[in-house]
Design a protein around this ligand. Sequence first.
Ligand SMILES: [Zn+2]
Length: 167
Amino acid sequence: MALALTLAAEGAHHGEVPVGAVLVSRNQCIGLGFNQPIGMHDPTAHAEIVAIRQACSQLGNYRLPPDTTLYVTLEPCTMCVGALIHARVGRVVFAAAEPRAGSLVSARQLLHNGYYNHRFGVMGGVSGAQSRLLLHGFFRLRRQSKSGTNPTLPNDPVLTPSHTHPN
Ligand SMILES: [Zn+2]
């Protein structure tokens, strides 16, 4: 999770909402990602999807090894839970819960719907405080930038995207 948090901070450095993801199989990192829909001009480029694409591409397989754990700094959204099911991830460990868009334990509990042919283990709250700190810091900075009260960020286009939410 420490690496996922570092990746999240890297995302913030690029003006993206700070979310980071790491895929681990057999104690090895097989995929990394940070949230980058703005930079990649890709609404699907959430940290989880970026990490899944990297891992599957390198493995030459459309599915992840069954023991794969995803460490992600924010509870995944509907799209990412869907992708994780398709990728057959073994377990998801997330840091901060996402009250509005979270689709594992918060706004929706998709795995409990019963109509998916794959389920995975879920653990939340690991390093949650650090993740929330990153997210709150990012949004506070962006609000200051928008209101013009932060002289170091004058009309920075990457810090004033139209969307307000990562997942
Ligand atoms: Zn997502």
